[in-house]
Each structure stands twice: as C-alpha cells, then as structure tokens.
Design a protein around this ligand. Structure first.
Ligand SMILES: NC(=O)c1ccc[n+]([C@@H]2O[C@H](COP(=O)([O-])OP(=O)(O)OC[C@H]3O[C@@H](n4cnc5c(N)ncnc54)[C@H](OP(=O)(O)O)[C@@H]3O)[C@@H](O)[C@H]2O)c1
Length: 235
C-alpha cells in the first residue's frame, strides 16, 4: 500500500500493537494513527463511530483486546467475552461504515478445538469442543473472524483475520497470575536461578507441546518479491 496511507493500529501499547508500530515505522509507513485507551475506549460504540468518522483511516489493524493467560480467562469469562465482542464489533462495524480499505483482525490459535489434529489445519475450526478454560475468549475471537468473513461475503469488504500462535517479546506481561505461558516460565526460571533454587516448579503436567513466535517476526511486513518465505501480513 501507499506509505502515506493512514493506518489505525488499535492496541498500539500492547505487545502485538507496539511491535506492529515499530515495524511499520521502520518500513517507512509514516501516517500511523494511534489512541490511548484513556482517549478512546474501544468498548464505547459511539466514541468509536465518532473517531472513525473523523479520522477515516485507510487501513485498520485490530490488535486491541482483553488478553490474558489461563487463570484470568478461567476466572473472568464474562469480561473476556463481553469486552472482546464489544471492541471488535465496534471497530469492524465502524471500519465498514467509513470505507476502510483493508482491516486485519487478530485472533488466536485457541479458537481451534482442544483435540484438533496437529499441526492444526484451518478446516478444524468449529469441528469440536474448545479448551474450556479459555472458551469465552475463543468464542469472541471466532465471532470476530465470522464478522469479517460476513462483511467480505455480503458487502465485499477486504476484512481478513490472522490467528497467531503463542507470542513472546518486548512488552509481554510477566505477572505470574495473568501472563501467558512463556513469560511466566521465563520469570520463574529467572527467579529460581537468582535464588539458586534446586528445583523449578511450573503449572500443569509438563506434557503439553506448544509453538512460540517472537512478536517481531509476527510483525514483519511481507515483501512478496524480496522474501520468498514471508511470515508477516501483506498490507
Ligand atoms: N499474546 C499472545 O501470545 C497472542 C497470541 C495470539 C494472538 N494474540 C492476539 O493479539 C492481539 C493483541 O494481543 P497482545 O498480546 O498484544 O495483548 P496486550 O499486550 O494485552 O495488548 C492489548 C492492547 O489492547 C488495548 N485495549 C484493551 N482493551 C481496550 C479498550 N477497551 N479500549 C482501547 N484499547 C484497549 C490495551 O490497551 P492498554 O495499553 O491501555 O491496556 C493494549 O494496548 C489480541 O487480539 C490477541 O488475541 C496474542
């Protein structure tokens, strides 16, 4: 896309949003639009509609969400479902109404069934029960994907979704109660070494296998002709 086109990065202070801002900036995209939550609460429908009507971004990357690890997801399903539905419904609807040319909705690999085949094919979506601890979050994310697909099918909107795997990197959350797996493991290992502990205690059975992706690799803007094996998203 044109490097001077206006790109709204929703959630620019988060781990993913800040990596996208860093990367887009370094790629020469000069017209980045961001708003702190204190200025624009994305759960507020009328505020979001006003913001879009005023700013009219050309491209939207939706990296704002209520995000957390197993414990907060399990303890607060109402908040994870409602806040995420509100944020994504408001942003996606306003984007369509104000003529956004392209929208990227970020979801998560937890949308796939708990016992999906490995590696997970896209066709596994909605083919079985979800992992119960983060079901509310996953349902919200599935609704976001389906809303983008519905806008594309019914109105021809260029709204797409990406489902990254477990991410890590700068601006990750290292809180032992609310963080994701890798940040918690890093902190536990660091503190155990600092204390010279003889053992490292982690949650779970130790059996699960996971994939991890550095957030800067996620944020790499695809250069179709320069990089034959891209991993980022083409704007
Ligand atoms: N982290 C992962 O491992 C991972 C893996 C796969 C997919 N993803 C997806 O990537 C996206 C971003 O995740 P992340 O890890 O970057 O999360 P994060 O670090 O918690 O960042 C979330 C961002 O959303 C903003 N936000 C939340 N509620 C808001 C509201 N009501 N109004 C305005 N802004 C709001 C936060 O603002 P504040 O700065 O004010 O809190 C923050 O900037 C999510 O959709 C997530 O599903 C993440």
């Amino acid at each position: 896309m044109n490097k001077s086109g206006k790109i709204f990065v929703a959630g620019h202070r988060g781990m993913v949003g800040s990596a996208l801002v860093r990367r887009l900036g370094s790629e020469g995209f000069a017209n980045l639009l961001v708003r702190n939550r204190s200025k624009l609460d994305l759960t507020n429908e009328s505020a979001v509609a006003e913001f879009f009507a005023e700013e009219k971004p050309a491209v939207v990357i939706l990296a704002a969400a209520k995000v957390g690890g197993i414990k907060p997801n399990n303890d607060f399903p109402v908040e994870f479902l409602l806040e995420n539905l509100r944020i994504q419904n408001n942003v996606i609807q306003s984007a369509y109404q104000t003529g956004v040319r392209k929208l990227l909705f970020l979801g998560s690999s937890c949308i796939y069934p708990k016992f999906a085949p490995q590696p997970i094919p896209e066709t596994a979506l909605l083919s079985g029960p979800l992992e119960p601890t983060n079901e509310a979050y996953a349902i919200a994310k599935i609704a976001g994907i389906k809303l983008c697909q519905a806008y594309a099918r019914e109105y021809g909107a260029n709204f797409i979704s990406a489902m990254p795997t477990n991410l890590y990197g700068p601006h990750d959350n290292f809180d032992l109660e609310t963080s994701h797996a890798l940040a918690a493991l890093l902190r536990k290992a660091y503190e155990a070494k600092t204390r010279k502990d003889r053992e490292l205690i982690v949650w779970g059975s130790g059996e699960p296998r996971r994939e991890f992706l550095h957030v800067d690799d996620l944020a790499r803007v695809r250069r179709r002709h320069l990089n034959p094996r891209p991993c980022g998203v083409d704007l």
